[in-house]
Design a protein around this ligand. Structure first.
Ligand code: MCN
Ligand code: MOS
Length: 763
């Protein structure tokens, strides 16, 4: 646990909600003062190294560890022979299979790169050396390398993802203008700067885990259930995280291996997942395929959308990457049909990666819309505005707030869209073909309860305490601002303590739901703390404000006083001293009244059971954006550079515009990577991820990123959250890749429908 020293940044207004306060933990991170999970000094550490499978499918017949065990310093080799005594944990919704053992080092191999053994040594170097000497004998089975493998087949229809209204087939058949095409996205990976790993330490039956986590309470529960412990026996500590992007929301098999090894050895164990192992220790974004058919009238009114999507999944879990997530809600259409399939292949189960579902979904529909615009000979901006959805046609509900029209028009204005010439290859700059394209994006508002604690100390400092996390998105900062505003105490008097499952429960930093949820909880708690202070000041026999005749007091700028100037204006230390209090502690949560039992609370913080989707209520609630991209394509070489991006967003009220702009830019940068570079390559012979390192799996560098202008067009949305904000963290990536693909078409006249847009596809 680290108590954050807050400092003044800029003006006093910067410290309130809506101010541009700089990130509290930023200095600590860039100066190396932040302690990451694997850097915690723990006495007596042993080091575990994973051994991963080299076949796509089959059985581990035997593991010969004799040579490995002979390496000096090696303490233990764990193999599928070892019974680690673990049980399967609940899924995200809190559903748990009964009596199902959990085998983090299984005998059955279902993908290449699966952990099947681990070596523990006195030093990491000794363990690495020994891991190379572990001999595994397999009985190999034919595997399915990826979704394009002939053996993969069409996969399974996910009935719960089918969406339909009107008669899409008939309306499409009757439409005078039609486009239909297949869009493809490859496997993509999180590649957060901080790789995965943990240190696990047992004290009797208490387990402490230092591990980067997007959800301390959810992962606490994972470990507790694996090891059959009461939930409070596990402590997850994660005050600093070097990025997660969806990969650090649940405990993963390697965590079970490290904790089980620590228990067996009676020593703390550290396990650092190597960069290559990060590519298969958890799933990246699934490869997707989708066919989109659009039917329209000759003047560009959409008549039908037919969407057929599919994504890769593993052979053991049906993970849906919902390519139909954005398709039904972006445009007004009376006839709609969407179906989704999952295609099991021999891969680790894919996972959530920034904007899951919505991201590939927007690639399909937003490319298809521009294809339709060209077929109609219509400006793609005009086509989008013409088919603007006045309400949510899927749920039939009104939007809570939807400033997508403003995003499109203000984005277009800032970009200079009106200067575009429509024909492909009609704009150039020397040998560079210039192209402009649009991509819209959306992300649902998810609402979840959270708890928080406010502690007012004798020295006047205020602690805001929560088990929520900050992986760079700004939680520390916005919580100080929220408490400052609600409590009336300047932000430099506030410390924020996060990232520990012992602290009050919180929603996951996932699905862009944390900020709305936790600012709501902190606001409520801080207001209650202020009321308590005022109550004590008015009523406590020792309070200098008691007998002044004042009956209302306010707290402002850290001083408590009557509005009419009756009696003294006391600073918090003065009041605390007079009251003889060392501390005032207030805890509140945003669960409903009838869900305050400990069981209900534990379930709420450690599962998704109480998360409300975007249409659970009277409205349909989403964040929205419109990206405008300019590309330059070298006519001779086919190289694509993104030379300018302007993006306009509706994310409701912004708690801290500086953080938000950085979130949006971060998403856009990831979108540029997705558009131009990112592609997990699979060896068709053995299902191996070939480019499993950051030298070969390319992500953008500074020189790939142009000026990015971001614009907020949102208005407060009080349906979406207590303070009026909508989700920010993910929507930025959604729609970027299609904007770039559309710009590349405009530049070159060549329509590339499979990401990434590499030069070979343009020549
Ligand atoms: N914010 C705001 N006003 C709002 C909403 C948000 O000021 N109305 C700002 C706050 O600074 C807040 C941040 O935006 O801390 C993100 O808020 P939110 O959209 O609620 O997202 P979460 O806090 O739930 O963070 C998770 C989200 C997800 S799901 C991914 S994936 C992602 C993302 O955040 N991964 C990230 N942004 C990331 N940023 C960094 N640096 N690293 C990651 O791994
Ligand atoms: Mo974000 S992919 O929901 O962690």
């Amino acid at each position: 646990m680290t108590i954050m020293e807050t400092r003044k940044h800029g003006s006093a207004a910067d410290g309130l909600v809506g101010g541009r306060l700089s990130r509290f933990e930023g200095d600590l991170k860039v100066t190396g003062a932040a302690t990451y999970a694997l850097e915690y000094p723990v006495d007596g550490l042993a080091h575990a190294v994973l051994v991963q499978s080299t076949i796509a499918a089959g059985t581990v017949v035997a593991v010969d560890a004799s040579q490995a065990l002979a390496v000096p310093g090696v303490l233990m080799v764990l193999t599928p022979e070892d019974d680690l005594g673990l049980m399967t944990a609940s899924d995200w919704y809190g559903n748990r299979p009964e009596n199902q053992p959990f085998l983090p080092l299984p005998r059955e191999v279902t993908y290449n790169g699966q952990s099947i053994a681990a070596v523990v040594g006195e030093s990491r170097e000794q363990a690495i050396e020994a891991a190379k000497l572990v001999r595994v004998i397999y009985e190999e089975k034919p595997g399915i390398a990826d979704i394009d493998d002939a053996k993969a087949g069409k996969g399974k229809l996910m009935d719960n993802l089918s969406v339909a209204w009107g008669d899409a087939e008939a309306a499409f058949a009757a439409a005078p203008v039609r486009v239909e095409a297949e869009y493809r996205t490859p496997r993509e990976y999180h590649v957060a700067m901080e790789p995965h790993g943990l240190t696990a330490k047992w004290d009797g039956d208490q387990l402490t885990v230092w591990e980067p986590s997007q959800w301390t309470h959810g992962m606490q529960r994972n470990y507790a259930e694996w090891f059959g412990l009461p939930i409070e026996n596990v402590r997850m500590i994660s005050p600093f995280i070097g990025g997660g992007f969806g990969s650090k929301g649940v405990a993963l098999p390697y965590g079970a291996v490290a904790a089980a090894a620590a228990r067996k050895l009676g020593r703390p164990v550290k396990l650092a997942v190597t960069r290559p192992q990060n590519f298969t220790s958890y799933g990246g974004r699934a490869a997707t395929r989708q066919t989109i058919a659009l039917g329209a009238t000759e003047d560009g009114v959409l008549q039908a959308i037919i969407h057929r999507g599919a994504n890769e999944t593993s052979t053991y879990t049906d993970y849906p990457e919902q390519t139909g997530a954005a398709t039904p809600i972006l445009y007004k259409v009376e006839n709609f049909s969407s179906q989704s399939r999952v295609v099991p292949v021999n891969t680790v189960t894919p996972g959530a990666l920034r904007g899951p579902g919505k991201n590939p979904s927007a690639f399909g529909i937003e490319c298809a819309m521009e294809e339709l615009a060209y077929k109609l000979g219509m400006d793609p901006l005009e086509l989008r505005l013409k088919n603007y959805a006045d309400h949510d046609y899927q749920s039939g509900k009104p939007w809570s707030t939807r400033q997508l029209r403003e995003a499109l028009t203000q984005g277009a204005e800032a970009f200079g869209w009106s200067r575009r010439s429509h024909e492909p290859r009609s704009m150039r700059d020397g040998r560079q073909l210039v192209g402009w394209g649009i991509g819209c994006g959306t992300f649902p508002v998810l609402r979840a309860p959270s708890a928080a604690m406010i502690r007012i100390l004798a020295n006047g400092r205020v602690e805001v305490v929560s088990g929520a996390i900050d992986m760079g998105q700004g939680t520390y900062t916005i919580l100080a601002q929220t408490a400052s505003e609600a409590l009336g105490v300047p932000v430099d008097q506030i410390d924020v303590v996060l990232g520990d499952s012992r602290l009050p429960g919180s929603a996951i930093a996932g699905g862009s739901m944390l900020a709305g949820s936790i600012t709501g909880a902190v606001h409520k708690t801080a207001a209650a703390a202020r009321d308590e202070l005022i109550g004590l000041a008015l009523n406590d026999p020792n309070s200098p404000l008691r007998d002044t005749g004042a009956n209302t007091l306010t707290v402002s700028n850290g001083r408590i006083a009557s509005e009419l100037g009756q009696g003294p204006a006391l600073s918090l230390p003065e009041l605390m001293a007079a009251l003889g209090r060392t501390e005032i502690e207030v805890v509140r949560n945003t669960l409903p009244e009838d869900a305050q039992s400990l069981t209900d609370q534990n379930a709420a913080w450690s599962s998704m059971a109480r998360v409300q989707g975007p249409t659970m209520g009277d409205y349909s609630m989403h964040s929205w954006c419109a990206h405008f991209a300019e590309v330059r394509v070298d006519e001779d070489f086919g190289t694509v550079r993104v030379s300018r991006i302007v993006s306009a967003f509706d994310c409701g009220r912004l708690y801290n515009p500086k953080m938000v702009e950085s979130q949006w830019r971060g998403g856009i940068i990831m979108g540029i990577g997705q558009a131009l570079f990112e592609e997990g390559l699979v060896d068709g012979r053995n299902g191996r991820t070939i480019n499993n390192n950051v030298g070969d799996y390319l992500v953008p560098t500074n020189s790939d990123i142009p000026h990015i202008q971001v614009i907020s067009v949102g208005v407060p949305d009080h349906q979406a959250s207590a303070l009026g904000g909508k989700g920010v963290g993910e929507v930025g990536i959604v729609g970027v890749a299609p904007a770039i693909a559309n710009a590349v078409f405009h530049a070159t006249g060549k329509r590339v429908r499979d990401l990434p847009l590499t030069l070979d596809k343009l020549l």
